[in-house]
Design a protein around this ligand. Sequence first.
Ligand code: ADP
Ligand code: MG
Length: 348
Amino acid sequence: MSEIKLGIIGGGQLGSMLSIAAKKLNIKIIIFCDDQNAPAQNFCDEFIYSKYNNKEKMYEFASKVDIITYEFENIPFETLNELNKLKSVLPKPSVNRLIQHRLAEKDFINKLNIRTTRYVHIENKEDLLPLSDFLPGILKTTTMGYDGKGQYPIKNLSEIDSLNINFENDYILEKLVKLKKEISVIITRFSNNKYEIYEPIENIHEEQVLRRSKIPAEINEKIFKQSKDWAILIAEELKYIGTLCVEFFIDRNENLYVNEIAPRVHNSGHLTINAYNVSQFENHIRAVCSLDQIAIKKISNAEMINLIGDQIIPFRENPKIKDNQFLFDYLKKDIKEKRKMGHLTTLK
Ligand code: ADP
Ligand code: MG
């Protein structure tokens, strides 16, 4: 087969790491992105800057690629649907539409008899008033949220006015779980119904942003197995193709909940680049491009630290690290507070 050209929508760090993995597989990457400064243009073969609703640019992009995938979920469904008429988009646009909507996503998970947090749909301020039962809770926009954006923690009803919530958006109100731990499971499902699944990863968030991930996760056997079983069930039900991440909560009574699904490679899986023979990125490309499936093997335990905001500066000034460490600088131009600028993985 002649060289495959894979189109990726989105040009953030996940697009960069997909591009790096593609090089090894001799696959050309063309990125379609609405951010002129997208960091992935440093790593891909071709970069198309365009708004996501520009039909002409969409045709140009589609004409240059064999297959299309994406590196973030907040892409308008119309864009994915239009592109899918021209070239196959994987994971399927319908999967993305389901998962990018928090209410539809949670309803789907509950239908599989998988536990989620308690939640309720909120369309206006009055909907909140009878819901003290769901407090303390978190109000989350149904669409377009990430890294805690579009979220309002609410302790009691008297706070609502001072939060300046924009009720032009739809929300869900979720009861706060008394968290003991958060974990994630990454799975890559292939078109022949087979899959590769990574062991659960333990994640530490601060202010709703991922700070650290490590394997092995310190969890009991039951949770180890149940989290993997649920991730497999979700991937199968979606007839998913590509890499998917399921984020979980564990409460103080050792109950497991699915928090959310990411229909893409995931920040918590960056450590798979160095800790496994095949990373989540390479596996995603193998799955969407129908390449051979390779059995995954853990090479080492590992810990990944996100370098957020100016935490990147000392590493840029003096990039000296230990032999068992791997530094990734996403080459983002502007350092901003809470912005993921790079990460450091340490093999243990
Ligand atoms: P995002 O789409 O921004 O990742 P999440 O729903 O995953 O949004 O929330 C981000 C983080 O906020 C979670 O990983 C967790 O640490 C915290 N969080 C969110 N919802 C809850 C909840 N219902 N109970 C406890 N913690 C929560
Ligand atoms: Mg999340």
